[in-house]
Design a protein. Sequence first.
Length: 233
Amino acid sequence: MLKVENLNVYYGAIHALKGLSFEVNKGEIVTLIGANGAGKTTTLHTVSGLLKPTEGSISLLDKTITGVEAHKILGMGMAQVPEGRRVFAKMTVQENLEMGAFLRTDKAEIEESYENIYKKFPRLKERRKQLAGTMSGGEQQMLAMGRALMSKPDILLMDEPSMGLAPILVKEIFDTIVEVNKQGVTVLLVEQNAHMALSIADRAYVLETGKIVLEGNAKELLNHEDVKKAYLG
Ligand code: ATP
């Protein structure tokens, strides 16, 4: 579904990604874990077209997307839920969801998508006229996810959905990621909360200062001594 090869990204003189390669197969939940500054967000932004790599290639559903603009990549089936949620604060819940569907023209199916999302997140339905900026952190995370799902993606990229949320909400969000995945959406999940991420993922990559240092089955990595020491406390 998604294949990344030898990705190199610089911010000026800072070499943020140093030859990163990984892949996500159809139907999987794959997680990229790593400490602050390891390059997780940079990786997602490069894959989704917000940053351009100096070297390397990215392909989505066997089409090369290296250097393709972000909105075109969205149209090709990849949606991103950004770090810190970043919903449109001055718009209502309903309007935020509408924004997620802006590339779609299939009116009847769009209605169906609203219904699906409101079914998945009843809280959003109750509050569909509320301004997004006045929602709680957990509600905003659900809205950001709902907005991304409104584009009907084949693959969903999620940047640290657990950030700033109470453990009970983190559990709820992660349960939703599993549910969305079961309904056929492939997931690439970037997380600092390695324990939660590894417990729902099929496979995982460990990122340290712009390089993948370990990869494997997520459940096996949960029991890996180096991972336990460095990321699971
Ligand atoms: P966090 O979990 O803290 O968000 P991360 O793993 O997502 O961390 P990135 O945000 O991808 O890490 O950062 C990777 C490296 O690139 C860091 O050293 C960071 O300081 C640097 N970096 C990120 N954005 C920029 C930028 N706009 N300009 C310069 N350096 C940057």
